[in-house]
Write a protein that binds this ligand. Structure first.
Ligand code: FAD
Ligand code: MLT
Ligand code: ZN
Length: 462
């Protein structure tokens, strides 16, 4: 065993260090299997003090560190390069919900707590942790914070950032910064926690967090409708907002193509008569009358012609079946063929025109590609994923992102940059924005040991 491994072993003990290639295999490659890496080792500390000691040790020995939570990220941010010199630091053993305050509506958890475990802990005291995504059975609190994850409830509750009240982080040199405050209002100095949210482990390790909880809706109405086109989906959104207000938590656009994939790969059937596009809508409330209100909206929408057909879930099981049609899309796409993912933000009213323009651009420059489009329409976030049929992935990125630029959009709404979009980010952000990013990185991680090559390219930084 090398001196470095022996030093790490002395800090985290036998349960906390993996060095065997077969044991490290799951930590070495991302969920999409696009970025195979080779870890120096995998450290699995179980306390903040151990994380701090590992970081101080790595800082002293010049070892780069790649933080990893559930390894469900879509941008290759949680895996090491192939050099065999980067240490994966898994937070999986820091998995305790430390406490819940029902009155103050907060939950404190270590960063390796699986999102679903935290949601269940909140439900047990009749509160809601509204961060929700199809990977919630594996994604961790530290991971959703570090990616500022979105998911299906952003329309009502905001991104993960809006749920974070307090953070504990370990800096690249091992310094522990404890900001685990439960306060809703706190303007005392710089709100430093914001720079660790969504920065994908490039500035430090998130070890614990205090999250805001919400009242748990006692009624929930889930429905799937077919719509003639994306503009009709937006007309339906306006109608729903006018009549249901902020009870709407999810408003998801699903293409007929996506529904077809889910049917083909999981045998799931759609209860709504065939359409080019569908919307999955969910509303929740703690006062009565929600279902009647949703039914009224449907009648109006049918009358206006923006909805063609629809099914409102009659039971919890039916609601879950409708959600399966949405949540299985990513896995179906992975089974189908090689895809280039786009996680774009577009000003909401421009989405129908974006879809037309992007489709035409692909037809012109990338014949034979197919588009699996779905996403969080209520947030202006589309997953415009292209099944590439032999085309070059970089070319497809450029074609789609050029159209995104024309609409003043963003090349990542919720998944982040990781290593997947580093080159594209450098092309799309202005020089002053890039200068500022490098200043932040250099101030906090001057040696460049935190998650190298993620968000900022290695050559750009070091
Ligand atoms: P990881 O993948 O382990 O890490 C993600 C990034 O965060 C990496 O850069 C890593 O270095 C860093 N990191 C992880 N933990 C820490 C820590 N404690 N401290 C510092 N840095 C850390 N994302 C969405 O936003 N919305 C969705 O709807 C959505 N749906 C998904 C559906 C499926 C089927 C899958 C597979 C993924 C989906 N994702 C979605 C992406 C993914 O689930 C999220 O990005 C999630 O937040 C990642 O959590 P994780 O614990 O797996 O993090
Ligand atoms: C989703 O909304 O399901 C995701 O963010 C995952 C994906 O883009 O495949
Ligand atoms: Zn998404």
């Amino acid at each position: 065993m090398s001196d470095v491994l022996a030093g790490l072993y002395a800090i985290v003990g036998p349960k906390g260090l993996l060095t065997d290639q077969s044991e490290m295999a799951a930590y070495a490659i991302d969920w999409r299997k696009l970025f195979p890496g080779k870890p120096l080792a995998v450290a699995r500390p179980s306390t903040t003090a151990e994380v701090s000691a590992v970081m101080a040790f790595c800082h002293h020995h010049g070892v780069a560190v790649v933080p990893q939570g559930g390894n469900t990220g879509m941008a290759g941010g949680a895996v090491p390069d192939a050099s065999g010199r980067e240490l994966v630091l898994s937070l999986a053993r820091m998995n305790h919900v430390r406490g819940i305050d029902q009155v103050g509506m907060t939950l404190e958890a270590e960063s390796g707590v699986v999102l679903q475990t935290a949601q269940d802990a909140a439900l047990a005291v009749n509160r809601l942790l509204p961060i929700s995504l199809a990977a919630e059975g594996s994604a961790t609190i530290g991971g959703v914070i570090s990616t500022n994850a979105g998911g299906v409830n952003v329309l009502r509750y905001g991104m993960t950032r809006s749920m974070v009240l307090g953070l504990e982080v370990v800096l690249p040199d091992g310094l522990v910064v404890d900001g685990l405050r439960q306060l809703r209002k706190d303007n005392a100095g710089y709100d430093w926690k914001q720079i660790f949210i969504g920065t994908e482990g490039t500035l430090g390790i998130v070890t614990a967090a205090v999250l805001r909880l919400m009242p748990r809706p006692t009624q929930r109405v889930t429905a799937l409708v077919s719509v003639p086109d994306p503009q009709a989906a937006l007309d339906f959104l306006v109608l729903a907002q006018d009549n249901l207000g902020d009870t709407i938590s999810a408003f998801e656009l699903i293409s007929g193509f996506s529904i077809g994939l889910v049917h083909e790969h999981f045998g799931l059937s759609c209860p709504v008569s065939a359409g080019e596009w569908y919307v999955l809508i969910e509303a929740g409330a703690t006062i009565s009358g929600l279902r009647e209100a949703v039914e009224t909206v449907f009648e109006k929408a049918l009358g206006q012609g923006c909805v063609l057909d629809g099914a409102i879930a009659e039971s919890v099981q039916q609601a879950s079946d409708l959600w399966m049609l949405r949540e299985r899309i990513t896995e179906s796409e992975a089974k189908e063929s090689k895809s280039v993912k786009h996680d774009v933000s577009i000003p909401i009213p421009s989405i129908p025109q974006f879809l037309i323009d992007a489709g035409q651009a692909l037809e012109r420059h990338a014949n034979g590609t197919r588009v699996n489009c779905f996403g969080h329409l209520g947030d202006g976030n589309l997953h415009y994923n292209v099944l590439i049929a032999g085309h070059d992935a970089k070319d497809i990125n450029r074609i789609v992102h050029d159209v995104v630029d024309r609409f003043g959009g963003s090349i990542s709404a919720e998944h982040g940059i990781g290593q997947y979009r580093v080159d594209e980010l450098a092309l799309r952000r202005s020089e002053p924005e890039q200068v500022l990013a490098r200043m932040i990185k250099t101030a906090i991680d001057p040696v460049g040991l935190m998650n190298p090559g993620k968000i900022l390219s290695r050559r750009e930084f070091r």
